[in-house]
Design a binder for this molecule. Structure first.
Ligand SMILES: Nc1ncnc2c1ncn2[C@@H]1O[C@H](COP(=O)(O)OP(=O)(O)O)[C@@H](O)[C@H]1O
Ligand SMILES: [Mg+2]
Ligand SMILES: [Zn+2]
Length: 489
């Protein structure tokens, strides 16, 4: 039997990740505040149908209504996840039976008192498929239901439920699960199934499932079916799910951090050789940039479950996050995201991917603000590398004594791509203010290197001790006042 059917939750306590729904429902059951119509909405495979059945079971348990059905009375046995069901709980699948004849029949049955249980319960699944005439046939009885009758509507599209009906219901919205929550569910099921799953496989499965427990369990099912013995290994999962090998993602990010074009295009080459989809690679790379940005902003993101990756990958990501600045990562993410839009439906996605790679490598060939910020960050970072924190104050003193000559030269040396030549219309200038920034930084050696880029706007650095240079008109951002006062010379 498929995993998602085998592991159908039998009580609200077993419904994972929907506490915002199951807790108030449990409290209502506990205190006997029962409504006559409920609406469960949310994405597919999140537990709506299961919860509708659980509600029915909880309402009709001999010991109930109770959030913890006893599991042994006739009603509980009949309404157990894979039980036979009973006459008092009727499920209408509106996807196939949403017409007016079906709902009329349902309505006519509603007047009979329950045969064996406390309540007669109608579960209308995929309720958005009920036709308008179908809803109208139910309207009267939902508005004035007999004491013994309870409706549970379940749907992915609550706005398609007739408003007059919807307004009579208590509405409970279900959600997709966070990766961390899903991980817990998967690990528990794998333990019960007695299978070993490589640590690195979980994030792949969770990503492929898109937050829906049912879809995620289906993916796991498929991996289990194709596994040797009781073990799901990373390589097999990778091949089956078509995800990009993490090694390729790592190689690309490392290449970017080092400005190594050959290595980056080499990674694209191996990607194509391995038969991967360039779009998928771009998506996975974007996801990596996202993880790095989050890691940088929230160092304990892994512990909080905001970033989900095996330990060794996390280790490498921390290392990468330390080598790339926030402005750089943000621009990378923007460029890849824009590239993904262009790739949609493109006939030569590989070509576009390579263009995207070129854009990532060459911030100096772009006149966007993001690209400028990346270049400023690059300069700042390099300056920091050239002066370890401890020696910074000495270096500053030295600079003061003998105005920044060597640093000026260095910053030109490390920024060879700076004059963007023919590409952008504005350029020859952008490299110019760099020395000025250099000076400013040396005067303030205690500035941490990863400050938010705007504070280092070159505009403020110009009135320094250096002979005044004309500031290129496109550089200072007039809307962004310079937070730093000009440094005294
Ligand atoms: N919140 C959840 N907790 C645990 N398992 C879930 C959850 N949501 C869905 N599942 C799994 O997915 C299967 C299908 O869920 P279902 O209730 O039919 O989803 P829906 O009706 O929202 O499409 C369940 O049998 C169960 O295995
Ligand atoms: Mg359903
Ligand atoms: Zn019971």
């Amino acid at each position: 039997m498929a995993l998602y059917r085998k592991y159908r939750p039998a009580s609200f306590a077993e419904v994972v990740g929907q506490e915002h729904v199951t807790e108030p429902l449990s409290t209502a059951l506990e205190s006997g505040r029962i409504n006559h119509a409920y609406l469960f909405s949310g994405p597919r495979g999140c537990g709506k149908t299961s919860s509708a059945r659980i509600l029915a079971r909880s309402l009709n348990c001999e010991k109930g209504p109770t959030p913890t059905p006893c599991g042994v009375c006739d009603s509980c046995v009949a309404l157990a996840p894979n039980g036979p069901g009973n006459v008092d709980v009727v499920e209408l699948d509106a996807a196939s039976h949403g017409g007016v004849d079906d709902t009329r029949e349902l309505r006519d049955r509603a007047f009979y008192a329950p045969a064996q249980s406390r309540y007669r319960i109608f579960i209308v699944d995929e309720a958005h498929m009920v036709t308008t005439a179908g809803f109208n046939a139910l309207l009267k009885i939902v508005e004035e239901p007999p004491e013994h009758l309870i409706f549970v509507f379940a749907t992915t599209e609550p706005e398609k439920v007739l408003p007059t009906i919807r307004s009579r219901t208590h509405h409970y919205p279900f959600r997709l699960l966070a990766p961390k929550t899903m991980r817990g569910l998967l690990e528990r099921i794998c333990a019960q199934e007695d299978v070993l799953v490589d640590d690195a496989v979980y994030p792949l499965v969770i990503r492929a499932g898109g937050g829906s427990p049912r879809d995620t369990l289906s993916v796991l099912d498929q991996l289990l079916a194709g596994s040797d013995g009781n073990r799901v290994v990373y390589a097999r999962a990778l091949a089956l799910l078509g995800a990009t090998d993490l090694a390729l993602i790592d190689a690309s990010v490392d290449a970017l951090a080092a400005g190594d074009a050959a290595a980056l295009f080499g990674a694209v080459e191996s990607l194509i050789d391995a038969g991967h989809d360039p779009r998928r690679f771009a998506t996975d790379l974007l996801e990596r940039f996202r993880d790095l940005i989050v890691l940088q902003a929230v160092p304990d993101a892994a512990a909080r479950g905001v970033v989900d990756a095996p330990d060794d990958v996390l280790e490498r990501m921390r290392d990468q996050a330390a080598r790339l600045g926030p402005a750089t990562l943000t621009r990378y993410a923007e460029v890849v995201h824009a590239g993904l839009g262009e790739m949609r439906g493109a006939t030569a996605p590989r070509l576009l991917l390579e263009v995207v790679c070129a854009r990532l490598l060459l911030p100096s060939a772009s006149d966007t603000e993001a690209a400028l910020l990346q270049r400023i960050e690059r300069i700042e970072t390099r300056m920091n590398v050239s002066i370890p924190a401890g020696e910074a104050s000495q270096a500053a003193a030295a600079v003061q004594a003998a105005p920044a000559k060597q640093f000026t030269r260095r910053s030109h040396a490390v920024e060879p791509a700076a004059p963007a030549g023919p590409v952008a219309p504005a350029p020859p200038a952008p490299a110019e203010p760099a020395p000025a920034v250099t000076v400013a930084r040396h005067r303030r050696p205690r500035q941490p290197c990863r400050r938010p880029p705007p504070s280092s706007s070159p505009a403020g650095a110009t009135p320094s001790s250096r002979p005044p240079r004309p500031v290129p008109s496109h550089l200072p951002h007039p809307h962004r006042p310079n937070p730093r006062p000009p440094s005294p010379s």
